[in-house]
Design a protein around this ligand. Structure first.
Ligand SMILES: Nc1nc2c(c(=O)[nH]1)N[C@H]1C(S)=C(S)[C@@H](COP(=O)(O)O)O[C@H]1N2
Ligand SMILES: [Mo]
Length: 303
């Protein structure tokens, strides 16, 4: 029962998407405008990626963070209750220096840079976000990854007193995610600590969250308190709920549809009611930098 309900929650957004498509088809029925639109988005699969940043307001008011509720505006409304200082990240498993790493100590050792990344949710909405943060590989280097380690697991804070959504069993708390070691070490993979040069707001995953720009958004786990280096595939929240819909890899791929909706196009947030959809790019536009990691893998099998 819980299983079905969880998926219905995802359905809700996609229902919105469906309604949006219907409006669009209505316009297509009205003439030339629609004809041009259709040709454009089918043919533009390899178009240069859109890197026009969304506004700070868009990025911080339309969120997925089920620890604060399942509505897109719930995180902005309720995440202020989260205490993010002090904050500790436990790093354990196959590392030379396991232990509790205080957030300030981590920050003191890291070089913060800006990364303007495209972001694509599995629900088919997208954004372009100017993150501030550091490469995950630099954090892992602090702890010293041991040879033979093959995966990295991540865990979000569990604190129902401050995360109102954790009092409901929408997901099996705490939220967990994972990457293969080469994915974790890829220079595109960052731990974000800011947006537009400001500390990352609670609703976006304060004080530090993962950002993996070529994967569907649910891989980019928020408000991380634990990192485990291991040699087997770590559990991942959405994958455990329904592995046939949310694969371990979950690389953005316009050619592999979600069983219940198309992944060929996306709606960029902040565009207003009549904004068009845009084509989704292979690996979200980062294929040149990451596709090599999946050479020889059947992307329909390892989705
Ligand atoms: N802990 C946690 N991390 C999470 C989620 C969540 O519900 N809980 N939602 C994921 C999903 S589905 C998406 S699309 C992104 C949304 O990030 P944003 O709100 O900063 O855009 O966060 C991901 N990380
Ligand atoms: Mo998502």
């Amino acid at each position: 029962m819980a299983y079905r309900w969880k998926n219905d929650l995802k359905d809700k957004d996609v229902t919105d998407e469906g309604a949006f498509l219907n409006r669009r088809q209505l316009m297509i029925g009205m003439g030339a405008l629609g004809a041009i639109g259709t040709g454009a988005f089918v043919g533009k699969a390899n178009a240069a990626a859109d890197l026009e940043p969304n506004s700070y307001e868009d990025i911080t008011s339309y969120n997925n963070f089920y620890e604060f509720g399942t509505g897109k505006d719930d995180p902005a409304a309720y995440a202020h209750t989260l205490t993010t200082s002090p904050w500790t990240v436990k790093i354990e498993g196959m590392v030379d220096k396991p232990g509790d790493y205080a957030f300030e100590d981590i920050m003191a050792k890291m070089t913060i840079e800006e990364r303007l990344y495209r972001f694509r949710c599995v629900e088919a909405w997208s954004a372009v976000i100017p993150w501030n943060g550091f490469e995950l590989s630099d954090l892992l280097a602090l702890a010293g990854v041991q040879s033979g380690a093959k995966y990295v697991g991540f865990e979000t804070l569990y604190r129902p007193e401050e995360m109102v959504g954790q009092n409901r069993r929408t997901l099996d708390w705490p939220y967990v995610e994972g990457l293969r070691m080469d994915e974790a070490m890829n220079p595109l993979t960052i731990m974000a600590t800011g947006i537009y040069g400001k500390d990352i707001p609670n609703q976006n995953g304060a004080p530090l969250r993962l950002v993996v720009p070529w994967k569907y958004g649910f891989k980019s786990i928020k408000s991380i308190v634990k990192i485990t280096v291991l040699n087997e595939e770590p559990p991942c929240t959405w994958n455990q709920i329904n592995a046939s819909e949310y694969g371990f890899y979950s690389n953005v791929n316009p050619e592999v549809d979600h069983p219940r909706w198309s992944q060929a196009t996306e709606r960029k947030i902040g565009g207003g009611l009549f904004a068009g959809r845009q084509p989704t790019l292979m690996m979200n536009g980062y294929a040149d930098q990451v596709a090599g990691m999946y050479d020889g893998m059947d992307l329909r099998k390892f989705y």
